[in-house]
Design a protein around this ligand. Structure first.
Ligand code: HPA
Length: 287
């Protein structure tokens, strides 16, 4: 079995050749959550590779994975975007879920912008609002770094104090002001899913200090921190979490609200990318 390091190096080589990513470039990387795929279509000179052509990515699951790694330019900033992501609830372990983020870091991304849909546990939140992730609670009982440490990538016991980078947080706040958008801020708690939470779990999440709950993002953030890649996280609050809202929660509702918010979310991302590029220094690629 190849190590994650070997797989990430191999995948990065394939991506660099296939997408013609210049070696000296240090792009802004973006993980596009539900309903945000259109962002990748807006990149100039965009070229993409399906996950199925990227070594180390899992073979398509039952539903068939529609996912691509896309490279292109936005306002003169090089961007690497993951259109679609892997989820633990599909049966992947946390290291597999986080592998694409390791590839982005291996390609020399300077910043990782992670986006998702989440349920609001903070009763002052309203569906359709966007939230800057200030910190997270890993409530999955899993960690992508379980197993032997891959010393080439990072330390055995990585610090997560500053996993959500202050410079990128400021860049995001500035992007929100520039695009005239209200931006909330709060703590994201990750559950395994795929069932939504019970009202008691939502009360627990709230008592633990969470403002939003979701089923993604944390594995990617942990491997990014491990590899010294600064992160900026944004949640789209698609619904009030179970029990805060009295009506039953459906995936349909999550998709509909994400769709309705897509325009302003894309505006915010467009405003963020050049600011993120300026906010943090380039990183060196491993492959
Ligand atoms: N819970 C968990 N994940 C979610 C939710 C939720 O309420 N909404 C969107 N993703």
């Amino acid at each position: 079995m190849p190590s994650w390091t070997e797989l990430a190096l191999e995948c990065a080589r394939v991506a660099r050749a296939g997408l013609r990513i210049p070696q000296e470039e240090s792009p802004v990387a973006v993980v596009l959550g539900s309903g945000l795929g259109a962002f990748a279509e807006q990149l100039e000179g965009a070229r993409g590779l399906p996950f199925s052509e990227l070594p180390g990515f899992p073979r398509a699951t039952v539903q068939g994975h529609k996912g691509r790694l896309v490279y292109g330019m936005l306002s003169n900033a090089p961007v690497l975007a993951l259109q679609g992501r892997l989820h633990g609830y599909e049966g992947h372990d946390a290291a597999t879920v986080a592998f694409p983020a390791r590839v982005l870091a291996t390609l020399g991304a300077r910043a990782l912008v992670v986006t998702n849909a989440a349920g609001g546990t903070n009763p002052s939140f309203a569906p359709g609002e966007l939230m800057r992730i200030t910190d997270h609670i890993n409530f999955t009982g899993k960690n992508p770094l379980l197993g032997p440490n891959e010393d080439q990538l990072g330390p055995r016991f990585p610090d997560l104090t500053h996993a959500y980078d202050a410079r990128l947080a400021e860049a995001l706040e500035e992007a929100a002001r520039a695009s005239n958008q209200k931006l909330r801020a709060g703590v994201y708690l990750m559950m395994n899913g795929p069932s939504y939470e019970t009202p008691a779990e939502v009360r627990m999440a709230r008592a633990m200090g969470a403002d939003a709950v979701g089923m993604s993002t944390v594995p990617e953030v942990i491997v990014a921190a491990h590899m010294g890649l600064p992160v900026c996280g944004i949640s789209c609050i698609t619904n009030l979490a179970a029990g805060i809202s009295q009506h039953p929660l459906t995936h349909q509702e999550v998709i509909e609200v994400a769709k309705a918010v897509e325009g302003k979310f894309l505006d915010l991302l467009r405003a963020l990318v050049p600011r993120a590029l300026a906010a943090v220094p380039p990183r060196r690629a491993l492959a």
